[in-house]
Structures are given as structure tokens and as C-alpha cells.
Design a binder for this molecule. Structure first.
Ligand code: FMN
Length: 427
């Protein structure tokens, strides 16, 4: 597959090179661009050898947690121990606020995802794959449907079966075990782990789950090799390859930008995405989708966009949804809106999450209404403490992260509301 190849380039275009090229959507157009060659190459290799290449490449999951992809595949029962059907779930639920990159992969390069899915199915010996696509993604679903029909007609699937499944319309359905419950026709509630999906996944069978972006890059790794992918890194050797960042908020050129891991966040914000609106300055940034701690201006200008670089600034790379706030942003209001989202999306199984997200929202609404007390800030931090690391999934941790970092970095704005020095413009 042809693309400008310079492993050390700051902007290497692997996943987004055909965004906007309608011909790349068709099976014929994809094959013309070198598509499905990697699949043939992988099918000629033993499954474990394919897994080894991906493991060696340093690829880590792009869905949020950054778990090493090849290592995850090794958790599946080995070929000789295969006694039950194996499944692959493709997480295309993409509901994380600020994240819209999987949508573009499916809209423009549906065959990249299908090819990555088929290679992964071979590696983990899966018989069936479910691509779980966010219910609201009407156009990406139609594009994927057409691509699957064309690939099936061209016999690219061999004996593998791929089904497209419409998401159930809840953020929590993107959590891996909730997604599996949803595929099974149940309410999308997360399940306690262990057992992990590789032992007991969808329909109780060994299952691997990966994000769309994770799988779409796999054909490139097979074609060009592990060392090539591993060399693509501007900072930490533990973060390799490219990453798509969705940039939104108070920014001149919102959109998806693909850069090499370790790219400076400030260059993404000020250069590629065009910087602030005229007369405005940067106030804050959430680099990894709404679930990660907020960075202030100084941290944003220091942060390197890879797993380690984000941790060094006290945040996470997450899903790569970069939300930018300029100096006009009311951080108390913004944090309340995030909390309200998590309260609305909590599946309500765990008390800490059900009560914690709801009370966090109520207290923040009270502060915004000018009825807060100074003790409310400690109460919010205390609630956040009880919402972190104590539930089945990390939805409640995700609600706590922006609250804790927001109070720490923008405490003055909260105090202004409580002391009556500021009034909310919106409710
Ligand atoms: C509340 C919640 C929502 C999530 N939503 C998504 C999602 O929309 N898409 C996604 O790929 N991962 C999502 N994840 C992460 C998945 O649970 C899982 O880690 C991911 O699909 C694994 O794929 P990867 O290893 O390729 O990143 C979510 C996690 C949580 C806790």
C-alpha cells in the first residue's frame, strides 16, 4: 500500500491518506491501492506468527486504555487448544465526547477495517466477527454494509463471517463487556472481570475485542513489518505508530489529524488545527476524550501526545479526542456538562457510579445557580474519591477525572460562583 513513508516524520499518513477519496471506498478501488495484499500475506503465515508481528510492532489499543494489542491476542486459547468457537468484537461504538476518528475510518476506508478484521480473525482463530457500530452512525453503517457486500461477493472473506451490529444508543455500550451483553441481545451492562473476554466473552466463548483504529492499522504492520512500525515514534519507545486525533472546541480548524506518536500537543493545537479564534488565548485542553483529566495552558504546551507523555502531565491519551477551551470558557459550566453526561449514561449497577455521578451533577448545578457553599468543593472531591477504582467499569472514574482536575486547576472560578462574584450565562 503506497503512502509517504518516513518513519520519523511528525505527520505520517497511514490511516487518513484516503480520507476524502470516494474511489477508495469500493472493493475495486481498495485493491487498486494495494488493499487485501496484507490479508493474503497474513493468511500464508501461521496465526501465532501474525500475532508475534503485531506484538513486536508495539501497537497499543486505540480505544482508550492503550493495552498492547498483540499481547491481548495471545490470551486467546491457542490453535491446538481450540475447543470452542472464537469471536472477534470490533468496537465501533465511538461515543466518547470529542472523539470522531473511527467514524471517518469507516466512512472513507471501510475495507481497511474489514482487512484488519480478517487478519485479526486469522491471528486469534476467530470464526465470527461482530462490528458493533454506534447506532447514530447512519452513513458509516451504510458504507460498511456496501463494503462488506462487495468483499463477500469478491470472496475476500473465505470462511470467515463478519456481521455488522447497530449500537444500542448508550455510551456504556462502548465498554467492552457491555458491548458483548448488547450483542447478546441483553441490556448493555458491564460485567465484572475476571473472567476476561479471552476466557468468557460474547456468548460465553473466547473473545477478543479491539477498537476500529487499532484494527485498521494492522494491514500496514503486516505489509511493512514490526520494525517499521516500532521505529515510528517521536518520544517514548513504548508508544509507536501514528494516531488519529479528533480536535474540537474553541479551535479554528476542527477535524481529524494523524500524527506520529510523541507529537507535541501544542503543535497540534496551534499549527495543524489553526490555533485559537482571533483575540482569544488558550485556557485548557482535554487531550484524550472527555474521560481524562483536564490540562491547563502550561501543561498543554508541554504535553507530548503519546501514552507516557500524557501521563507525565497527569492526564491520559485515552481515545485521542482533543477538546480545546479558550479564555472565554466557563470551566465550572463545562465540568457540570461533562458530569451531567456521565450521570445520564451511568448504567446504574454500581452505587458509587449511580449516586456519585448524579450527586456530582446536582452539586455543580447548585454552584452554578449561585447556591453553592465553599464546603461543596471538598464534598465534590470526596465524592470523586469514592467514585474512583471502586466500580465494575471506569465510567464513574471518568466522571471524577475532569471534576478533580478542574477543581485543582480552576478553583478560583468555582469560588467566584460560590462567593456570588459570578453568575451563570446558561443553565
Ligand atoms: C464507559 C466506557 C466506554 C467506552 N467506549 C468505547 C468506545 O466507544 N470505543 C472503543 O473502542 N472503546 C471504548 N471503551 C474501551 C473498551 O472497553 C475497550 O478497552 C476497547 O474496545 C479495547 O480495544 P483496544 O484494545 O483496541 O483499544 C470504553 C470503555 C468504557 C469504560
Amino acid at each position: 500500500m503506497g503512502f509517504p513513508h518516513n518513519p520519523h516524520a511528525r505527520e505520517t499518513v497511514l490511516l487518513s491518506q484516503y480520507f476524502g477519496d470516494p474511489e477508495a471506498r469500493s472493493y475495486k478501488g481498495w485493491v487498486k491501492r494495494g488493499g487485501y495484499e496484507a490479508l493474503q500475506q497474513a493468511l500464508a503465515m501461521p496465526p501465532a506468527a501474525v500475532t508475534d508481528v503485531v506484538k513486536e510492532s508495539g501497537l497499543r489499543g486505540r480505544g482508550g486504555a492503550g493495552f498492547p494489542t498483540g499481547l491481548k491476542w495471545t490470551f486467546m486459547p491457542k490453535e491446538k487448544d481450540k475447543k470452542k468457537p472464537h469471536y472477534l468484537c470490533v468496537n465501533a461504538d465511538e461515543s466518547e465526547p470529542g472523539t470522531f476518528k473511527d467514524r471517518e475510518i469507516m466512512r472513507w476506508t471501510p475495507h481497511a477495517l474489514l482487512e484488519g478484521t480478517l487478519i485479526t480473525m486469522h491471528a486469534i482463530q476467530a470464526d465470527v466477527a461482530y462490528i458493533y457500530i454506534r447506532g447514530e452512525f447512519t452513513e458509516p453503517f451504510a458504507v460498511m454494509e456496501q463494503a462488506l457486500a462487495e468483499a463477500t461477493a469478491a470472496k475476500a472473506l473465505g470462511t470467515f463471517k463478519i456481521y455488522l451490529h447497530k449500537g444500542a444508543g448508550a455510551y456504556i455500550c462502548g465498554e467492552e463487556t457491555a458491548l458483548m451483553s448488547s450483542i447478546e441481545g441483553k441490556r448493555g451492562n458491564p460485567r465484572i472481570k475476571p473472567p476476561f473476554p479471552a476466557a468468557f466473552g460474547v456468548f460465553g466463548m473466547p473473545t477478543t475485542i479491539n477498537n476500529v483504529e487499532t484494527l485498521a492499522v494492522v494491514p500496514h504492520i503486516i505489509t511493512h513489518g514490526a520494525a517499521w512500525h516500532k521505529a515510528m515514534s517521536l518520544s517514548s519507545p513504548k508508544s509507536t505508530g501514528t494516531k488519529l486525533f479528533s480536535v474540537c472546541g474553541h479551535i479554528q480548524k476542527p477535524g481529524n489529524y494523524e500524527v506520529t506518536m510523541g507529537f507535541p500537543l501544542k503543535d497540534l493545537v496551534y499549527e495543524l488545527a489553526g490555533g485559537m479564534r482571533p483575540g482569544r488565548t488558550l485556557k485548557a485542553c482535554i487531550p484524550g476524550g472527555s474521560s481524562v483529566p483536564i490540562l491547563n495552558r502550561e501543561e498543554t504546551e508541554r504535553c507530548l501526545l503519546d501514552y507516557e507523555g500524557c501521563v507525565a502531565e497527569g492526564t491520559l491519551l485515552g481515545s485521542g479526542g482533543v477538546i480545546v477551551f479558550d479564555d472565554s470558557a466557563d470551566m465550572v459550566y463545562q465540568i457540570m456538562r461533562l458530569a451531567r453526561f456521565y450521570a445520564h449514561e451511568s448504567c446504574a449497577q454500581c452505587t458509587q457510579c449511580r449516586e456519585g455521578t448524579a450527586w456530582t451533577t446536582k452539586i455543580l448545578e447548585r454552584v452554578l445557580a449561585g447556591q453553592g457553599k465553599m464546603q461543596d468543593l471538598d464534598l465534590l472531591l470526596d465524592l470523586a474519591e469514592n467514585m474512583t477504582g471502586k466500580t465494575i467499569c471506569v465510567l464513574s472514574d471518568s466522571c471524577a477525572a475532569p471534576v478533580v482536575s478542574g477543581i485543582k486547576k480552576f478553583r478560583g472560578e468555582f469560588e467566584d460562583y460560590i462567593a456570588g462574584r459570578r453568575r451563570a450565562m446558561v443553565a
